[in-house]
Design a protein around this ligand. Structure first.
Ligand SMILES: CC(C)(COP(=O)(O)OP(=O)(O)OC[C@H]1O[C@@H](n2cnc3c(N)ncnc32)[C@H](O)[C@@H]1OP(=O)(O)O)[C@@H](O)C(=O)NCCC(=O)NCCS
Length: 163
C-alpha cells in the first residue's frame, strides 16, 4: 500500500535526490525555478513523499518565499516528481495535495508553482495575470500559478525571491 508521509530528511532525503536526478537530469539546475531553491532549505514538515515498500516513489517539496515590496510570505511548490514505473495514477497530484493540506495546517498563506496548468489546475492552482509575479531569471508567464493556502494568493505581486 502506498503511504503519503511528511519528509523525514534522515530517511528520505537521499532517495528524493536520486528521484530528482533520474527525473530531471543535469539541466534541472539551470532553470529559473532553481534560483528560488539554491542556498535555501525546503520545509520537511510540509514536503510530502509517497512510499511503497520502503521506497520513495513520488515527492513534492516546498520552499519558503518572500514576494514583492510587502515581503508577503508564500511557499514555492515543486519539484513534483513521480518515479517512471508509477506514473499514470495521478500520484503527483496526490503528494502535492497532501503538501497543500500541510501548508494550510501550518498557516502558510499562499502557494506559488511553475508548471503545467492543465495538470496542476486540477488541484486548485490558477495561472496569474501575466507580469503580476516576476522571477530572478527568464520565466514563461503562462506556467506561473498560485493557490490560496490559509490566506489569499490573489494579493501576491512583485518579485518572487527565496526567503
Ligand atoms: C508530471 C508528473 C508528476 C505526473 O505524474 P502522475 O501524477 O503520475 O500523472 P498522470 O500520468 O497520472 O497524469 C494525470 C493527468 O495529467 C495529465 N498530465 C500529466 N503530466 C502533464 C503535463 N506535464 N502537462 C499537462 N498534463 C499532464 C495526464 O495526461 C493525465 O490526464 P488524463 O487524466 O486526462 O489522462 C510525472 O509525469 C513526472 O514526474 N514528470 C517529470 C517531472 C515533471 O515534469 N514534474 C512537474 C513539474 S515540477
Amino acid at each position: 500500500m502506498i503511504e503519503i508521509l511528511p519528509e523525514t530528511p534522515a530517511i528520505h532525503a537521499e532517495a528524493i535526490e536520486d528521484l530528482f536526478d533520474r527525473t530531471f537530469g543535469p539541466g534541472h539546475f539551470a532553470k529559473t525555478a532553481e534560483r528560488l531553491r539554491e542556498y535555501s532549505a525546503s520545509v520537511p514538515e510540509v514536503n510530502r513523499v509517497a512510499v511503497l515498500d520502503g521506497k520513495v516513489i513520488a515527492v513534492c517539496r516546498v520552499w519558503p518565499l518572500v514576494v514583492g515590496e510587502r515581503r508577503d510570505k508564500a511557499l514555492f511548490y515543486g519539484p513534483v516528481a513521480v518515479a517512471q514505473d508509477h506514473r499514470g495514477d495521478r500520484l503527483g497530484l496526490r503528494v502535492t495535495e497532501a503538501a497543500i493540506e500541510a501548508g494550510i495546517e501550518t498557516g502558510w498563506p499562499a502557494a506559488v508553482l511553475i508548471g503545467a496548468p492543465a495538470y496542476f489546475g486540477e488541484i486548485g492552482f490558477s495561472v496569474t495575470p501575466h507580469g503580476r509575479l516576476t522571477f530572478p531569471g527568464p520565466q514563461d508567464q503562462s506556467r506561473v500559478m498560485v493557490r490560496n493556502l490559509a490566506g489569499d494568493a490573489g494579493q501576491l505581486e512583485g518579485l518572487v525571491t527565496a526567503a
